[in-house]
Design a protein around this ligand. Structure first.
Ligand code: RFL
Ligand code: PHB
Length: 393
């Protein structure tokens, strides 16, 4: 016999989506259990996103976990775009009145885990073989293995927050879900190093040798990316080669300011655009990377996970407070309306900035024209800025 327990919302995945949802539900008096396949050290160590929109910051405040974010987060009022070494600035504050906050996803995750474990409810680490049952009924169930035994968790609703490779989305019958996908023919090689950033704002660089991005985690920790081939091995990218490429691609002024040092993390990530619709099947609600992926060029992945969680939490609160399921019925449409706009923006940024085409092709000329238009037009800069700082929820 499997050990049995019960909760209101069963959450699969302790990434930002699952942790933020659990915390916000608790603020509204709703119980949840989080099932996470990895252990705490692994989850807290994953290096990923770094840029938070105002909306995400507001949700962290609502969740009561924004103190450290306000102390340590770096407010950025703009970014630089460098085209073949020549930079221009997009002034977010001047064009939209808004800014973004640079604060690592790793720190967001740690803050949410600390709050959760201070009494909100359990995170079951190392939950293996999580399976979803009876999601089309009023009594869905999660089964899993942990500490050598099979367990069952009965719940009112299931939140599938288990990322792109999780179990939630594949549990939905293929004829009930549509998939939209684009895979890009290159990757991003990322390095993290304990050196001061080369610029006080992020630099997105389009260059004949490929895209590059200068980002940061703090005044003493830098995060850099270079466009690479999908089949490149990490061995082909010793630190010295990464620094050399960054200096070439980011432009002379940034190159002169780069402090090099040993990488403390280095990895290659593929780039993908992906949407699964609808984001609901019966009592299963998908949120975050479980339902959609954006290429990282627009810094939107984590922020989309946050807006999904906002819509889902509000809908669940309405269900428990008023008995109305109207918002649950509209969850997928509301979330997807925002998701598609962020997909468009991320695809546009990616297509505009990467080395994609034969330099003699028409497409390569279109790319240059797009960048020159952006450099010169306040209307184009405003459109970019309002998307980058985040469209309203
Ligand atoms: P996550 O973070 O993948 O968390 C899912 C969790 O579910 C667990 N899990 C399972 N648990 C139980 N059973 C299963 N079968 C399970 N399968 C998986 C996993 O262990 C994990 O703990 O998804 P979530 O919560 O939806 O959050 C999404 C974000 O992590 C993601 O969108 C961002 O990191 C994307 N991203 C960026 N987003 C931004 O908003 N701004 C950025 O600057 C930014 N930069 C990036 C990025 C992603 C990157 N990579 C590596 C993909 C830069 C990079 C390089
Ligand atoms: C990061 O700091 O990891 C980062 C920043 C901006 C992006 C993507 C990643 O667009």
């Amino acid at each position: 016999m499997a050990a049995q327990s019960r909760t209101q919302v069963g959450i699969i995945g302790a990434g930002p989506a699952g942790l933020l949802l659990a915390r916000l539900l608790k603020v509204h008096g709703i119980d949840s259990v989080i099932l996470e396949q990895r252990d705490r050290t692994y989850v807290e160590g994953r290096i990923r996103a770094g840029v938070l929109e105002q909306g995400m910051v507001a949700l962290m405040e609502e969740a009561g976990v924004a103190d450290r974010l306000h102390r340590e987060g770096l407010v950025h009022d703009g970014v630089e775009i460098a085209v073949r070494g020549r930079p221009f600035r997009i002034d977010f504050r001047g064009l939209t009145g808004k800014a973004v906050v640079v604060y690592g996803q790793t720190e967001v995750t740690k803050d949410l885990i600390t709050a959760r474990l201070a009494g909100d409810g359990p995170i079951v680490w190392n939950a293996d073989d999580v399976a979803l049952h009876d999601v089309e009924s009023a009594r869905p169930l999660l089964s899993y293995h942990c500490e050598g035994e099979r367990r069952e968790l009965a719940c009112d609703f299931i939140a599938g927050c288990d990322g792109f490779h999780g179990a939630s989305r594949p549990s939905i019958p293929a004829d009930k879900i549509a998939i939209y996908e684009r895979v890009y023919p290159f990757g991003w090689l990322g390095i993290l190093a304990d050196v001061p950033p080369c610029s006080h704002e992020l630099i997105y660089a389009s260059h004949e040798r490929g895209f590059a991005l200068a980002s940061m985690r703090s005044h003493t920790r830098s995060r850099y990316y270079v466009q690479c081939n999908l089949d490149d091995e990490l061995d082909a990218w010793p630190d010295a080669r990464v620094w050399d490429e960054l200096k070439l691609r980011l432009g002379e002024r940034a190159a002169a300011q780069i402090t090099t040092g040993p990488s403390i993390e280095k990895s290659i990530a593929p780039l993908r655009s992906f949407v699964a619709a609808p984001m609901r099947h019966g009592r299963l609600f998908l949120a975050g990377d479980a339902a959609h992926i954006v290429p990282p060029t627009g810094a939107k992945g984590l922020n989309l996970a946050a807006s999904d969680v906002h819509y889902l939490c509000r809908a669940l609160v309405a269900h428990y407070r008023t008995g109305s399921d109207a918002l649950l019925e509209r969850y997928s449409d509301m979330a997807l309306a925002r998701v598609w706009k962020a997909e468009r923006f991320s695809w546009w940024m990616t297509t505009m900035l990467h080395n994609l085409y034969d330099p003699t092709s028409f497409e390569a000329q279109m790319q240059l024209a797009e960048l020159e238009y952006l450099a010169a037009s306040q209307a184009a800069q405003t459109a970019m800025a309002e998307n980058y700082v985040g469209l309203p929820y």
